[in-house]
Design a protein around this ligand. Structure first.
Ligand code: FE
Length: 315
């Protein structure tokens, strides 16, 4: 396959960014992601390895049909780097448009290890995400500190599992938001999953929270996307578009079906009074350190992509 230079990759990523800005979401097919990630440092060996990273996931703390790990990272644009943050419990509330039996509950996930965070494909995905969202103006969420220079990224590595007894729901909560500014979802692989299942639907913000994916108002559906191929990636401005997902369905219903994903939530640090305020540390992880350099974006490049260029746009 034709290998991109870094500068080819940067112009293509700026095209993707322009689409993200104008449409408030962008879907990038895996076949297009691969050369971009390689230009950003992903090796062939790591691109193969990341396909298997979901094979040893532990049980999810609250969902019986899911296995999971998470890890927190900081996009530190002031120092042109992304680094691993210490572990913290995780919480999402109804106030953030997340209505589920465990809304408002503090959840503790097992941590993402070096096998994922030191994988160059994962690191390239973090760099890719930073290039797409950096400098993009979005509707502000309440109780987030938009004057803070840092951005907190919570990475989830998830396997959703459907068995003959239990249906795997990638979004049991129905229509929701992730409580962040920018959500990115990347497909790693699936087994025995029908191609028409686990579809992501995007909804206008007027759609009612917790509505099941198949009971939503068709007039408020803004698009649908299926993650089918390795590295198919969707980015959404999370406070401007809600989303829902259909369940994971098995081709052979007598056997288990699985769907492996990476989910990257990114938001500004929270202010006092926000449910995550006690769990929003910006301290680096001592036992599992990781730092990756971020390429710098110039104001002109941002302006060409149509990004909001004003004082503070690059924070
Ligand atoms: Fe979500």
């Amino acid at each position: 396959m034709y290998d991109f230079t870094l500068s080819d990759a940067m112009s293509e990523i700026m095209e993707i960014k322009a689409q993200y800005i104008s449409e408030r979401s962008v879907f990038v097919e895996g076949a297009r992601m691969i050369p971009l990630l390689k230009a950003l440092g992903a090796t062939d060996v790591d691109l193969e390895r990341i396909k298997l990273v979901s094979d040893d996931l532990p049980k999810d703390p609250t969902l019986p049909f899911r296995e999971s790990r998470n890890g927190r990272f900081c996009f530190d644009f002031e120092n042109s780097r992304v680094y691993r943050l210490e572990a913290q419990p995780f919480a999402l509330s109804a106030e953030e448009d997340f209505v589920r039996h465990d809304s408002g509950q503090t959840r503790v996930f097992e941590e993402v290890g070096d096998n994922l965070q030191l994988n160059t494909a994962l690191q390239a995905l973090l760099v890719f995400k930073s290039l797409v969202f950096h400098g993009v103006a979005t509707a502000h969420r309440p109780k987030l500190d938009y004057n803070s220079p840092g951005w907190i990224c919570t990475l989830f590595n998830l396997r959703t599992i459907s068995t003959p007894e239990l249906q795997g729901e990638p979004a049991l909560e129905g229509v929701h938001s992730d409580g962040v500014d920018h959500t990115m979802t990347t497909f790693l692989g699936s087994q025995n999953m029908t191609p028409g299942s686990a579809v992501t639907f995007l909804h206008d913000m007027r759609e009612k929270n917790a509505t099941r994916w198949n009971e939503t108002d068709p007039e408020l559906v803004l698009g649908e996307r299926g993650h089918r191929h390795f590295l198919d990636t969707l980015m959404v401005v999370d406070h401007e578009r809600k989303h829902s997902l259909s369940p994971v369905e098995a081709v052979d219903t007598t056997r288990t079906a699985t769907r492996d994903m990476l989910i990257f939530f990114t938001r500004k640090p929270v202010l006092e009074g926000h449910i995550s305020h006690p769990y929003d540390s910006l301290t680096a992880h001592e036992r599992l350190p990781m730092t990756v350099e971020l390429p710098q974006l110039q104001e002109k490049v941002l302006a060409d992509a149509g990004a909001f260029v004003a004082q503070g746009a690059l924070r």
